[in-house]
Design a protein. Sequence first.
Length: 94
Amino acid sequence: MTSLFTTTTLTIDRIACDGYGLCAELLPERIELDDWGYPILSPEPIPDQLLDHAKRVVARCPVLAVRLRTERRGFDETPTVPSRSAAKAHRRRR
């Protein structure tokens, strides 16, 4: 039996984001702002001690552009990137 663990990261909808910068004020440990005020997210998983802050960022984004992404994997699994053929097959199924 494989042991499971969970990782949580932040994602942003760059089209929806208006660059208010509130996210960086609420979670400066994981979010910086570029020269125009748009967020640059750390790719690192959110540690448990910052998870409540990350949830607050998601809830307070004025345009709902920030989301939490949770992945569950086994300890012996590594993240995989889908192949182009798998992505094409997925698009055809829609």
